[in-house]
Structure formats: structure tokens, C-alpha cells
Write a protein that binds this ligand. Structure first.
Ligand code: 3HC
Length: 293
């Protein structure tokens, strides 16, 4: 089966990035969100990121126009999924919201349509089970910022067919990403490693091992990471990290995945990182200022 038309559910950070790369690869894309203002914001981000590429001479004005011309915004979920070949979901990580959305999508999408979730941790098998097509349900995990990061983790649920895996691999490669195939497990491959690593950096800050900026510098220069772990924590969102840590403890029944108390306190304070203007750094000034704990 050839994928031609894709619905992306969610116009947020991940959703607009996914819509961007799919449209740039030549797919027709409908980006859906629950309010017009979210769609407008997502479209503005796509435009800004395409123009960034234009300024650097990586793409032409014709490519920018053609990419934007392939993306439409839409609010009505039924209308969005009624004639697409693939649905990629990037809505908030709330289990009930995901399950309710998938039930509705399954009811209105054509029989051949493949359903893919960009979840960073929720069980693919659990979501697939609320649909009548678990063999066509799969995980398709992109990384932030989507236009830059080169990987898609493909996650096979209990009932996912090999044919579905092959189709998703083809789409991922067409949008310029390398793929790894992962059997379903909490956090898949990348977050299984990333989240405990970031948590360990936060434990170290909590214990006074180093300052925020020194811990970041140590890992950036000592391990050649593009961002230090605390900058990356702010980039991903502390709320997301806490959610994943709690989910790991629940699923693995192993306290080694527990979140540091400092992370929980910061989330309770609303200091969830860049999107809130404050996390391990304060973003209110000209350049990020490290916080003291
Ligand atoms: N959208 C599109 N392009 C972007 C971008 C964005 N939001 N941010 C940066 N870029 C592009 C720039 O245009 C530039 O392109 P060029 O090389 O062609 O000139 C390139 O990326 C590098 O950008 P900058 O020079 O501005 O900045 P940096 O060199 O500091 O790179 C970064 C920025 C790419 C974000 C880099 O710091 C990085 O790779 N950080 C780590 C990101 C990471 O680990 N992401 C994964 C998070 S985990 C996740 O998503 C999983 C989830 O489930 C938790």
C-alpha cells in the first residue's frame, strides 16, 4: 500500500514538526488540533522553520511554497481522518485522551488506514486494543526538534503486523529519518536511557555535586552531547520527564527509575522548562541564567 495522504493529530511542538517533514517529503498533510489558535501557531512555526532553511540556502522558495501548500489545518476529527492513508497522533500524553481519540479515529478512518502514535512512553498495545485494527497500529516516535533530529523509533505492539512495520519504515525513510525497530517496552530504546540519565544529573544537583552550569558543561564537553542534561531537561519539559519517570516505576515495579524530589518540586512550582520560561535555567533575560538550588 502506498501512503499519499497523512493526518497529523496535534499541532504542538511535535505535531507541527511531523507535519512539516511529511509535507516537505511530498505527502499531503492535514494537521488537526482542538482550537484554531493552536493550528495557527503550529503553521507559524512550520513557516518560521522553513524560512530558516531558506535563509541558509538549504531549500528554495519554490520548495517552501510547495511544502506549505501541501499542509491544511482542520478542527473536525471526523473530516480529518475520513480519507487519509496514515494517521500520526501527537496529542498530550494523557492515557484517557489518547484512548478516546483512537476510538473515534478508528470509527471514522477508512479500513486501510494505518494508525501511528508518537507517544514517548504509553503502551502501543493498550492503544491498539481500543481499535478494531490492532494489526495496523504502531508506534512512530520522533525526536524534538523534528526537522533536525535524524531518528524515528518504530515500535511494534503485540499485534502489529510486519506489513505495517514495513510501510512505516518506508514513510520514515522518505521523510529523511533513520529507523530502529523496537519491541514494545516502557520508554522504548531512547527514553529508557535518556530519562534515567537526566534524572541522575538532577540527583547530583540535588546533592550539591556540581552547579547546573558545571554539570551541563561537564557532559557537553566530556561526552560531546549537543546540550547538557539540564538544558536538555528544560528543552524536553520537566513535566514530561516526571511523567515518564513515574510511568517507569509503575510499569517496571522498580524504584531505580524514581524521579528526584527536586524534579517533582519544580514541576509542582510550574518551573517546567523553556516553555514556562523557567526550569533549571531562567529564560526571562537575554540569555538563559542557571538557577541555584
Ligand atoms: N526546527 C528546525 N530547525 C532547527 C530547530 C528547530 N526547532 N532548532 C535548530 N534548528 C536547526 C538550525 O537551523 C541549524 O541548521 P543548520 O545546521 O542547517 O544551520 C541546526 O538545527 C543547528 O541549530 P543551531 O545552530 O541554532 O543550534 P545548535 O547547534 O545548538 O543545535 C539543536 C540545536 C539541534 C537543538 C541541538 O542542540 C541538539 O541536537 N540538541 C539535543 C536535542 C535532543 O536531544 N533532542 C531529543 C530530545 S528527547 C525527545 O525528543 C524524546 C521525547 O520523547 C522526550
Amino acid at each position: 500500500m502506498e501512503i499519499k495522504k497523512i493526518a497529523v493529530l496535534g499541532a504542538g511542538q511535535m505535531g507541527n514538526g511531523i507535519a512539516h517533514v511529511c509535507a516537505q517529503a511530498g505527502y499531503e498533510v492535514i494537521m488537526r488540533d482542538i482550537e484554531q489558535k493552536f493550528i495557527d501557531k503550529g503553521m507559524a512555526t512550520i513557516k518560521k522553520n522553513l524560512e530558516r532553511g531558506l535563509k541558509k540556502g538549504r531549500i528554495t522558495q519554490e520548495e517552501v511554497d510547495a511544502t506549505l501548500g501541501r499542509i491544511t489545518g482542520e478542527l473536525d476529527l471526523k473530516a480529518v481522518v475520513k480519507d487519509v492513508d496514515l494517521v500520526i497522533e501527537a496529542i498530550p500524553e494523557i492515557v484517557k485522551l489518547k484512548l478516546d481519540t483512537w476510538k473515534e479515529v478508528d470509527e471514522h478512518a477508512p479500513e486501510h488506514t494505518i494508525l501511528a502514535s508518537n507517544t514517548s512512553s504509553i503502551s502501543i498495545t493498550q492503544m491498539a486494543a481500543v481499535t478494531k485494527r490492532p494489526e495496523k497500529f504502531i508506534g512512530m516516535h520522533f525526536f524534538n526538534p523534528v526537522p533536525v533530529m535524524g531518528l524515528v523509533e518504530i515500535i511494534k505492539g503485540q499485534a502489529t503486523e510486519d506489513e505495517t512495520v514495513e510501510i512505516i519504515k518506508t514513510v520514515s525513510e522518505k521523510v529523511g529519518k533513520k529507523t530502529v525497530l523496537v519491541n514494545e517496552a516502557p520508554g522504548f530504546a531512547v527514553n529508557r536511557l535518556l530519562v534515567p540519565a537526566i534524572n541522575e544529573a538532577v540527583f547530583a544537583i540535588q546533592e550539591g555535586v556540581a552547579t547546573v552550569e558545571d554539570m551541563d558543561l561537564a557532559i557537553k564537553m566530556g561526552l560531546n552531547w549537543p546540550m547538557g542534561p539540564l538544558t536538555l531537561a528544560d528543552f524536553v519539559g520537566l513535566d514530561t520527564l516526571l511523567y515518564i519517570s513515574d510511568y517507569f516505576v509503575e510499569e517496571f515495579k522498580d524504584s531505580k527509575y524514581r524521579a528526584p524530589a527536586l524534579l517533582r518540586k519544580m514541576v509542582r512550582a510550574g518551573w517546567v522548562g523553556r516553555k514556562a520560561g523557567k526550569g533549571f535555567y531562567d529564560y526571562s533575560g537575554d540569555k538563559p541564567k542557571p538557577m541555584r538550588f
